[in-house]
Design a protein around this ligand. Structure first.
Ligand SMILES: Nc1ncnc2c1ncn2[C@@H]1O[C@H](COP(=O)(O)OP(=O)(O)OP(=O)(O)O)[C@@H](O)[C@H]1O
Ligand SMILES: [Mg+2]
Length: 247
């Protein structure tokens, strides 16, 4: 189903239960992300942003509702199908880069396909192409410890694209970078969206980062509280301030 949205969520709820206590982290989310969209998700701490992202990445189960990634319902999938979905359809970019310290930049980029059982020699051209895309061709043989934070995050952007995923999920990708390196990573994400047509969902606390997305979706208390277009960080800051006052 090549014309299905990248993400289609309806009536999504998530209840965390532990012993006597339970937390309703998501209370009924409806969200469609079309292919090629770049969506930023903002919201106060505890509003459910990471929970939503982890469910979309098949890293966390959900309680009710339906979730389809790239036209495939994940509700009925078994563990093996979920593993394949994570491996082949979703790219992850984390706040703390999560590169393997003993592998070079090039090997880190190839890793998702190495895990899938492909031969390293066959992966080199794709890896080289991705390192070039993120401006790190001359760092291919460097270990993460020999790279700056911004460079490490660019390697993890390249890695997330290795298998050409239907959906890129980024949880605070600029949270550990200074503003210059953060801006470089955001430029890169914009590029992979606009030039390569990738679909991106990014959680961020930073209105300037969010303004680089096409859509900014706000969560509050497990529900979608509104949406504004990207582009104007002042409008985003205003909307966010309104949310926190109403809370
Ligand atoms: N594993 C868990 N067990 C129980 N409750 C959880 C668990 N993970 C999250 N929660 C609760 O679910 C709610 C939503 O958490 P979540 O991590 O999604 O928030 P968030 O919007 O990402 O916040 P932050 O901006 O602080 O990262 C919170 O009330 C949190 O305490
Ligand atoms: Mg979070």
């Amino acid at each position: 189903m090549s014309d299905s949205p990248a993400v289609q969520v309806s009536g999504l709820t998530k209840r965390y239960e532990s012993g006597e206590t339970s937390v309703d982290a998501l209370k009924g989310i409806d969200l469609t992300i079309e292919r090629g969209d770049f969506v930023a998700v903002m919201g106060p701490s505890g509003s459910g942003k990471s929970t939503l992202m982890h469910i979309l990445g098949a890293l966390e189960t959900y309680s009710e509702g339906s979730v389809a990634i790239d036209g495939k319902e994940i509700g009925g999938m078994n563990e093996e199908e979920l593993t394949l979905l994570r491996r082949d359809s979703i790219g992850f970019i984390f706040q703390f880069f999560n590169l393997l310290p003993t592998m070079t930049a090039e090997e880190n980029v190839m890793l998702p396909s190495m895990v899938a059982g492909e031969k390293t020699s066959a992966l080199k051209p794709r890896s080289a192409e991705l390192l070039e895309l993120v401006g790190l061709s001359d760092r291919a043989k460097h270990l993460p410890s020999q790279l700056s934070g911004g460079e490490q995050q660019r390697v993890s952007v390249a890695r997330s694209l290795m298998r050409n995923p239907a959906l890129l999920l980024a949880d605070e990708p600029t949270g550990n970078l200074d503003s210059k390196n953060g801006a470089a990573v955001l430029d890169m994400l914009r590029d992979v969206q606009q030039k390569a047509g990738h679909t991106i969902m990014m959680v961020t606390h930073d209105a300037v980062a969010a303004s680089r997305a096409g859509r900014v979706v706000f969560l509050r208390d497990g529900l979608i509280a509104g949406e504004v277009a990207g582009g104007d960080s002042n409008r985003i800051i205003e909307f966010f301030a309104g949310l926190e006052q109403a809370a």
